[in-house]
Design a protein around this ligand. Structure first.
Ligand SMILES: [Zn+2]
Length: 259
């Protein structure tokens, strides 16, 4: 990938990141997320085009609203930058292989969509300890249809769906909803449709190991007690992105260790 193409793709990713920031807010407030102009959540002033340039607006305004100078949370900037990086990462295999045809472009678009959905759930769960159902249900339909159109075997997706959803459904049933929320079941099923079998196992493994490590660090630093809740959807979505990007090499490496 040439630097110019990379910069263009990164820029496009930050635009989508900026859109996701608006969508996150609109899901929270229950507003429709297609219509209406963006506004400052604090002073409700409508934002002008110059306030909506990804990354640059934030840096030029030094993270403050132009109209009420209330601080804008750094996570807005982080979402834009992370989406830029993810768009480049998912475009890399397509562009550098030189195999730019209809199918590889469609696959890249589908992965960009996955990246956006996973980022949305990641941030929403981190902020509000909740997985937005409206997002997961739609994404499940797109992941299933997209996967099948791009030639995934129906059984692969079905087993991924059953394993991903089943793992959490079981925990939900055993604990009567105390360990995890219903949103985790849907997220698990969505992960299964995005990754298929057996990559769903890789994502679950990464999520549990990283979640346990993070929990251990928090516990050791006495920043939390056993009772405090760490949003698991955050680990699940991050693990899904890692698996979408490097799942096959990780699986090959792991199987090489055990044989
Ligand atoms: Zn404002």
């Amino acid at each position: 990938m040439t630097p110019l193409v990379a910069i263009f793709v990164f820029g496009f990713g930050t635009v989508i990141g900026s859109f996701l920031n608006a969508v996150l807010w609109r899901i929270r407030t229950g507003e429709g997320f297609v219509y209406g102009r963006s506004y400052c959540p604090c002073c409700r002033h409508t934002l002008a085009a110059k306030d909506l340039i990804p990354v640059f607006s934030y840096l030029l305004l030094r993270g403050r609203c132009r109209y009420c100078s209330k601080g804008i949370h750094p996570s807005y900037l982080a979402v834009e930058l992370a989406m830029g990086a993810l768009f480049v990462a998912f475009a890399m295999p397509v562009v550098s292989a030189g195999l730019i045809d209809g199918k590889s472009l469609a696959s890249m678009l589908l992965h960009w969509y996955f990246a956006a959905v996973l980022m949305l759930i990641f941030v929403y769960d981190l902020r509000y300890m909740l997985i937005p159902r409206s997002v997961t249900v739609w994404a499940m339909a797109v992941a299933a249809a997209g996967g099948l159109l791009l030639g995934a075997r129906p059984l692969t997706l079905a087993v991924g769906f059953a394993v991903g959803g089943g793992v959490f459904w079981l925990q939900y049933a055993i604990s009567k909803g105390k360990w995890i929320g219903g949103g985790d079941i849907q997220l698990g099923a969505l992960m299964g449709l995005m990754l298929g079998w057996p990559l769903i196992l890789v994502a679950l493994f990464i999520a549990y190991v990283s979640g346990a490590l993070f929990g251990g660090v928090l516990l050791a630093s006495k920043k939390t007690s056993w009772q405090s809740q760490i949003p698991f959807g955050t680990f699940l979505t991050a693990a899904t992105v890692v698996t979408l990007l490097w799942g096959q090499p990780i699986l090959t490496w792991y199987l090489g260790l055990t044989i």
